[in-house]
Write a protein that binds this ligand. Structure first.
Ligand code: 5GP
Ligand code: MG
Length: 176
């Protein structure tokens, strides 16, 4: 049976996301565009957008859906675009938000995509950072929580499409 252990509870996440909103708001203009990566960042972006608003921003919200080939637990190497933005990024100051930075491939891919679309500046924000897993030379500018090499779920983050609904972030043991 899968053991689910709470790593960051609801209150802890709420406090940290509020701080991130303040930090990020100080780096960006009022009309910045928030670009979240689906599906994992949908809960984080919902909370972060409202934290940004409380810090005075009026951001537009966009999503990009990316995927790694295969159904592996972590990205398998190649990232592809599954669903594109619906807004023009030319000249925009963008906050790129993702759930987890692991190897760094997803964040690097999304960042260059946005710059390729003419974004003037891309500030990157990850709720969770796993620096020990990095394979690409990229770090998020703003990070919520740094964790060791554990597998996490909840708060939008899944395992085989389960657990996204959990209001907290938990670790689960690898399948036997
Ligand atoms: P990267 O391209 O940085 O290797 O991959 C980031 C993506 O890998 C995350 O957005 C997520 O989809 C997946 N990933 C990395 N670590 C975890 C984890 O601990 N749990 C889950 N559910 N996905 C993870
Ligand atoms: Mg993701």
């Amino acid at each position: 049976m899968t053991v689910v252990r709470t790593l960051f509870d609801e209150a802890e996440i709420a406090r940290r996301v509020e701080q991130l909103g303040g930090e990020v708001a100080a780096m960006l203009p009022k009309d910045a565009a928030v670009v979240g990566l689906l599906k994992g960042s949908f809960v984080f972006v919902a909370d972060l957008a409202r934290a940004l608003a409380r810090s005075g921003l009026t951001p537009s919200i966009e999503f990009l859906k990316l995927s790694s080939y295969g159904a592996a637990r972590t990205s398998s190497g190649e990232v592809r675009l599954v669903s594109d933005l619906t807004a023009d990024m030319a000249g925009r100051q963008v906050l790129l938000a993702d759930d987890i930075v692991d190897t760094g491939r997803t964040l690097a891919f999304a960042r260059s995509l946005l710059l390729g679309r003419g974004a003037e500046r891309v500030v990157t924000c990850a709720l969770i950072d796993k620096p020990s897993r990095r394979e690409v030379d990229i770090n998020a500018d703003v990070v919520g929580f740094t964790v060791p090499d554990v597998f996490v779920v909840g708060y939008g983050i899944d395992h085989a499409e389960r657990y996204r609904y959990l209001p907290y972030i938990a670790t689960i043991d690898p399948d036997p």
